[in-house]
Write a protein that binds this ligand. Structure first.
Ligand code: PMP
Length: 398
């Protein structure tokens, strides 16, 4: 058995996925990107309904100008860790702006959202501590737990009773236990019962971190997420977010209402042992954040699309991953082949969505995921609906 033999099994999976549809459904080759809503794939211009570009800011004029200005002022890369030569005024300014947006004293920027979870969880969870993690969490959360010296315990997805029982069993150790959840889960678009989780956390004297990767910029009066919308900023201890979704860049952050969180810079290996984000990325993200905080026009447009699509798809008899409207619209299938056929039908209609199949999905389900964007027009949404009508279970049944 050689070092590389273990990858042979993956070759057949890769081939199966590459040939299941006319265009590879995994790692779909985007040859040109024209705007936040259109790209060319294998010679065809497609409507993008499977990006995380919730506010459509990747092509925003002010964000692009800010990226260019940052390159002119600071160059193309930092070539150093934040602990060495990569600690620019740009990075510190964005951290301050993020913490201020939450009204909190501490905030740290990481080079990706993945590293934000890795860097925060691995440093917060020390020897003798406990990480109590929702079982359907993103890979970056599970990997952050693996990198930490804490004991990791999973609780059943979105099940407050199960969480409560596990904390009861931990007894006094609850005080050194960090509950880890996402606000909006990315595969099915379902929300965590954050009110109940915050209650349980307070009752046991535990700690709570919420990953708002898919909700930052979309929820709350200021737009900083679901915890803000639910008025939980005094209950939650840490919030993680990414720049790669509503903010249209790349990078991640963690903010905290505990000033001591700043000390994590001295302990977090994924923060210390990597170069700081490139100036262009920080410049554009700072502008995107300003845009989010300046007004609700973009998120209002996104919500109008979400309510319309959820309402119509329910009437058409589609099984959706969430009953509550949101930016992620997950069409859920028991059979993988039906999901692949629907993904292909949408592609044939000129619409790119995400295909997700087991084992990458919870509960063995297959999913065609549509992500909405404020960049979508009302006509785009009408077209997506029109294209889905032909595939509707209600239509097929009659
Ligand atoms: N957390 C969650 C919940 C995510 O969905 C993602 C990305 N899909 C990340 C973290 C990682 O973010 P990034 O792409 O910025 O690394």
């Amino acid at each position: 058995m050689s070092l590389l033999d273990k990858f042979e099994a993956l070759r057949s999976l890769q081939m199966a996925l590459a040939h299941a549809a006319s265009v590879p459904a995994v790692a779909t080759p985007m040859d040109e990107v024209h705007s936040a809503r259109e790209a060319t794939v294998q010679g065809r211009r497609l409507l993008l309904a499977g990006s995380n570009n919730y506010l459509g800011l990747t092509f925003d004029d002010a964000c692009r100008a800010a990226a260019i200005a940052a390159i002119e002022a600071y160059g193309t890369g930092s070539t150093g860790s934040r602990m060495a030569s990569g600690n620019y005024r740009l990075h510190r300014g964005l951290e301050r702006a993020l913490a201020d947006a939450f009204g909190w004293p501490a905030g740290i920027v990481f080079s990706t959202g993945y590293q934000a979870n890795l860097g925060t969880l691995s440093a917060l969870g020390g020897a003798g501590d406990y990480l109590l993690v929702d079982s359907d969490s993103h890979a970056s959360i599970h990997d952050g737990c693996r990198l930490s010296a804490a004991t990791t315990i999973r609780f059943r997805h979105n099940d407050p009773d199960n969480l409560d029982r596990r904390l009861t069993r931990l007894g006094d150790e609850a005080r050194r236990t960090l509950i880890v959840v996402e606000a909006l889960y990315s595969t099915l678009g379902d929300r965590a019962p954050l009110d109940e989780i915050a209650d349980i956390k307070a009752r046991h004297g535990a700690w709570l971190i919420v990953d708002e990767a898919h909700s930052f910029g979309l929820f709350g009066a200021r737009g900083v997420g679901l915890c803000e919308e639910l008025d939980l900023l005094d209950e939650v201890d840490f919030i993680v977010g990414t720049f790669s979704k509503s903010l249209g860049g790349v990078g991640g952050f963690c903010v905290s209402r505990h000033a001591e969180f700043e000390l994590l810079r001295m302990a977090s290996r994924p923060y210390i042992f990597t170069a700081s984000p490139a100036p262009a990325v920080i410049g554009a993200t700072r502008e995107a954040l300003r845009r989010v905080l300046a007004g609700a026009d973009l998120r209002r447009r996104l919500w109008r699309h979400a309510h319309r699509l959820y309402g119509e798809l329910d009437k058409l008899g589609f099984s959706l991953g969430s009953t509550t409207p949101g930016p992620i619209v997950a069409l859920v299938y028991a059979e993988r082949d039906t999901a692949i056929a629907h993904w292909q039908a949408l592609l044939d209609a000129g619409i790119y969505t995400n295909l997700m199949v087991p084992p990458a999905t919870p509960g063995g389900l297959s999913v065609v995921r549509i992500s909405l964007s404020a960049a979508h027009t009302d006509e785009d949404i009408a077209y997506i609906l029109h294209s889905l009508e032909a595939l509707a279970p209600a239509r097929v049944a009659t």
